[in-house]
Ligand binder design. Sequence first.
Ligand code: ACM
Length: 566
Amino acid sequence: MATDNDLDPTPAPAHLIPAPVRTGGEGRCGFVFDPSTAITAAPGTETTERWLRTTLGAAFGLPLAPGANAEGGEPVANGERATNTVRLALDPALEPEGYRLSTGTGTGVEITGGSPAGVFWGAQTLRQLLGPESFRRAPVRPGARRAIPFTDIEDSPRFPWRGMMLDVARHFMAKDDVLRYLDLLAAHKLNVFHFHLTDDQGWRIEIKRFPRLTEIGSWRSRTKHGHRASELWDETPHGGYYTQDDIREIVAYAAERHIRVVPEIDIPGHSQAAIAAYPELGNADVVDTAALTVWDTWGINANVLAPTDNTLRFFEGVLEEVLGLFPAATSPFIHIGGDECRKEQWKESPVAQARIEEFGLANEDELQSWIIRHFDAWLTARGRRLIGWDEILEGGLPAGAAVSSWRGYGGGVAAAEAGHDVVMCPEQHVYLDHRQHGGPDEPMPIGFVRTLEDVYRFEPVPAGLSAEAARHILGTQANVWTEVMQNRARVDYQVFPRLAAFAEVAWSPLPASAERDFADFERRMATHYARLDALGVDYRPPSGPLPRQQRPGVLGRPIDGTPPNV
Ligand code: ACM
């Protein structure tokens, strides 16, 4: 099979990332991918069939025609196609997102998944086995034949929630770049896209019944350049939003890649853009909300929502449209934020104080909790689940609500021990906006130094958690806040290569020693960098930022003597 001298490239070590649970038989050539290669797809595997044809077909210039048993029957015995076929099938005996990939059967490649998603993750492994060129969009050596090693892989993820949060509010990311990020998540077997759509600095989703949210709320006249302590401003107006059709396209694109989307509408803090659009949403009895504009700098903002019936009805209206755009099947969770809600205005506001008295609440924390409970009941009645940042624990949390634990492990531990589902995303470990090296050349460095190795060694389930509570850790998520990321290249730089390490944390089993082997991961990264190059990802090179990736003179944090998390 592998005797032709045009065979290229020679099977190399697979260097799979994330590492599979079990790999057998690597070494000699097991399969050649060439113009005669066909795909046979059993019912239920059509998303993977389409993805293979559009992605690998484009990379290699191959038709990947439907095979003889495209209707789901048995392959033609001893036929030309039967020995050169990618066969996709389901086996419910496997883990739901698990798969088996085998090239040793003499009939081509078999990918069998426990569900359509499992088959898709198997196809991601096949792409890695085919070499870095399979990550390009057009063939660089048309006609070359690709061999993949003889291999037999059994694999399934450690966690069902393997996510990345992207903040498109601080800096808008064009729809095409969002779709590209969904492809990048899929390439790393990540299956949750947390879409941070609203914040003080911009409202990014079209809401038909409240057009000013995007007419006014999606634009700001200028932007702080660097950390909020920087004196630099970018005077270029910034903004943008996704139309409802853009959102539908993003959701469908994610679903085709077995990625769930978690839309976030952040309330009652982080709401200045909404208040700038509709001043009655703010605490107009204590501040002149009509004078507020979309915020142009960074930090924790005092302008929070007023706890009025009008505000509740307004956000019910917003969420009705959100539920229509993000169907329950692929968006069972709706994120309502709940983080960093400053309480000064509620303390001063007669309207807020009257609410506290009306509902017999003890204080402003309980007022926030009352708002969260309202939307928890509202979402639950519509078949969805509420998830929020760990501040939603303060003042009490409704039974079915889930928590994104960001201020450390503590909130997540408390929530899990109380029986709530938890996504672990502590800022001390997996905030990819934080600098990845302590050197002077890091662009706009903020927060903790968290290297590739630090992220690789992150453990989502803290020691000491009871077995019962550990079952409530749905998984983990890396968060990408974009205050100092003005464009896609800046996002790429912060996210990669660390997202590759994070993907392994989320997917691959923890070794019995509880110590991950970073040296082995680094060896595999040598190949993974070539994949990222082929994908056009503007990652941080191991040797440090390229000159064009540096931002000399733009202030970050910490500066001399400042603690890392200020
Ligand atoms: C957050 O980082 N404010 C959730």
